[in-house]
Every structure is written in structure tokens, then in C-alpha cells.
Design a protein around this ligand. Structure first.
Ligand code: SAM
Length: 284
């Protein structure tokens, strides 16, 4: 006797779609090849939760269908969604505040004093924008935004969804917790719905671009400061080491590299000398 379709379905609507071992490994291998991100076994539940949402949105019943979609004519567009779903975008304003104090004292102030004509900063892995706008608030505080100099802040991320939010620069009120009260009025304007938007004067010098750090970089720099914080932790040792070498080559002779709190360089680096907690300056 045939079983009615309703009873055949083992999965209640909205329930978890089982992620078989082979599918997890296939997805992890793809993500590693595409982004450098390593998805070890303990990330399996995270992958299942995030991609399960994606499968339900697409109306797919299982991961074999999803892998077939990735290999089909819509594969390129779906790969962007896959990457967006599996990146981790946790961030906040003035995260690791000592980096912004160093930026002001050791990068911005000396260049103002030397009447430098050019300043370039790169926020690599900028997520939803809190990092580049914290840099902009540091520039504002230092009186560096009004100077007649050639200043640009490049803000890049692989995840197109977070990048769109960064470019919009709109944040819920509770996201502003890390912003020193003295800076809030100059940096944000209140919106009727209770959220806050970064003011145009802070947005003006920022260029948001989608960039996979593993790909060739379509610019020459050099940068006076590069922030690449809480990005390298997702990569394997060889990818991390190769990226740090590339960042070192992209710095001005006295340029500074800021890494995340758990990303200190182990051992000596031929081009970078440690200058405080996860702060490295290019060796002369
Ligand atoms: C945890 S967030 C860090 C945000 C910010 N830098 C901070 O420290 O608060 C890591 C960011 O790195 C980005 N990312 C991961 N792999 C990347 C890659 N291969 N190329 C560029 N960005 C990548 C993610 O999309 C994510 O937005």
C-alpha cells in the first residue's frame, strides 16, 4: 500500500534538514578552496543551521540537491550566497580599542606633524563597517578629516551582504555602545525609526569593495596602516603566513599592521617588528 506523501516526509516544516557527513565534507572543501576558511568538524552544527536556512529558502529538501545547484547553471550566484552564509561577521565599534589609540598616536599624529600629503588605510575584512567607521571616528577626533591631503580608506570584505550594510552605515541604537559618547554626535545622525546613520563627512573618504583576500589584490598601495583583525583565525597556517607576507609588502616603510587579539605572529617576521599587543610595524 502506498504511503501518503504527508506521512512520507520525515521532516516537519521548518525542521532541521540532515547534513550527511559526505555533504559536510564537500561543502567544507569548497569553502576552503574558495575563501581559505577552514570548517573543522566542530563547525558542523553551525553549517547545518546556516545552510539549512538557505535550503529552506530555496525549497530544497536535501544537500545533494544543494550541491547539484552549486554545480549547475546558477552555481556562480549560489556560490556567493554559500559564502555569505558561512562567513562569521562578528564585529563592533572600537573593538580592541588600543589599536585606535595607536593609530592616532603612531600613524595619524606623526603624519599630520610632518605635513604629509597622502594617507592610505585599509580595513581588510571590514564586515558590517564598524571597523572602518571606528577608523573614521579616530580621524575625526585627531582633526585629520578636514586636512587638505590625499586621504583614502579602503574597506573590503568577501561577503557581499555585510558589505552592503557597511556601505549603508545604518546601525541599531544598541550597536553604538562602544562609541565614546563625545564622538557620537559628530559621527551619527538619528533616524526617525530610532536607528543611527554615519554622517556623510565620515563616509566620504571610504571606498567599500568586495575582495577575496586569497585573490590577487587589484591595487598597489602602499598603505600607512592595514587592519586585518579577526579574519586570519579562520584560515590554516600556510594561508595566514602567506597573507601576512603580502600585507607586509603592502605597507609604507614605517607602516603598521593591526591583527586580531588571537592572531599574534608567532616568532620573528623578517619585515615586521612587534610594537605592542597585535601591532606590527614594517622594519626599515
Ligand atoms: C569576524 S569578522 C571581523 C570583522 C572586523 N575586522 C573586526 O575585527 O571586528 C571576519 C570577516 O572576514 C571576512 N572574510 C573571511 N574570509 C575572507 C576572505 N577570504 N577574504 C576577505 N574577507 C574574508 C568575513 O566575511 C568577515 O566579515
Amino acid at each position: 500500500m502506498s504511503v501518503p506523501a504527508r506521512e512520507r516526509s520525515p521532516r516537519p516544516a521548518g525542521g532541521e534538514i540532515p547534513l550527511p557527513d559526505a555533504a559536510f565534507r564537500a561543502i567544507a572543501a569548497r569553502i576552503h578552496a574558495l575563501t581559505g576558511i577552514v570548517l573543522r568538524d566542530h563547525k558542523r552544527q553551525m553549517v547545518s543551521t546556516r545552510l539549512g536556512r538557505r535550503l529552506r529558502a530555496l525549497g530544497l529538501a536535501d544537500y545533494d540537491s544543494y550541491l547539484a545547484l552549486l554545480d549547475g547553471p546558477q552555481g556562480a550566484a549560489e556560490t556567493v550566497e554559500l559564502i555569505n552564509a558561512l562567513t562569521t561577521n562578528l564585529t563592533s565599534f572600537f573593538r580592541e580599542a588600543h589599536h585606535f589609540a595607536d593609530l592616532r598616536a603612531a600613524v595619524i599624529a606623526p603624519r599630520i606633524a610632518a605635513r604629509a600629503g597622502r594617507l592610505r588605510i585599509w580595513s581588510a575584512g571590514c564586515s558590517t563597517g564598524e571597523e572602518p567607521y571606528s577608523i573614521q571616528m579616530t580621524m575625526l577626533e585627531a582633526g585629520a578629516l578636514d586636512r587638505p591631503w590625499d586621504y583614502r580608506l579602503l574597506a573590503t570584505d568577501l561577503d557581499s551582504a555585510v558589505l552592503a550594510r557597511a556601505e549603508a552605515g545604518v546601525y541599531a541604537a544598541d550597536r553604538l555602545a562602544g562609541v565614546p559618547p563625545a564622538l557620537r554626535a559628530g559621527a551619527f545622525r538619528a533616524r526617525p525609526d530610532g536607528s543611527f546613520e554615519v554622517v556623510p563627512a565620515l563616509k566620504a573618504a571610504v571606498r567599500f569593495r568586495r575582495l577575496n583576500l586569497l585573490d590577487p589584490w587589484p591595487f598597489r598601495g602602499p598603505f600607512d596602516a592595514i587592519f586585518c583583525r579577526n579574519v586570519l583565525i579562520y584560515f590554516d597556517a600556510a594561508t595566514k603566513a602567506a597573507l601576512v607576507d603580502r600585507f607586509a609588502e603592502m605597507l609604507t616603510p614605517d607602516g603598521t599592521l593591526y591583527l586580531g587579539h588571537s592572531e599574534s605572529l608567532l616568532g620573528d617576521h623578517p619585515r615586521l617588528r612587534p610594537c605592542g599587543r597585535t601591532i606590527y610595524r614594517r622594519r626599515a
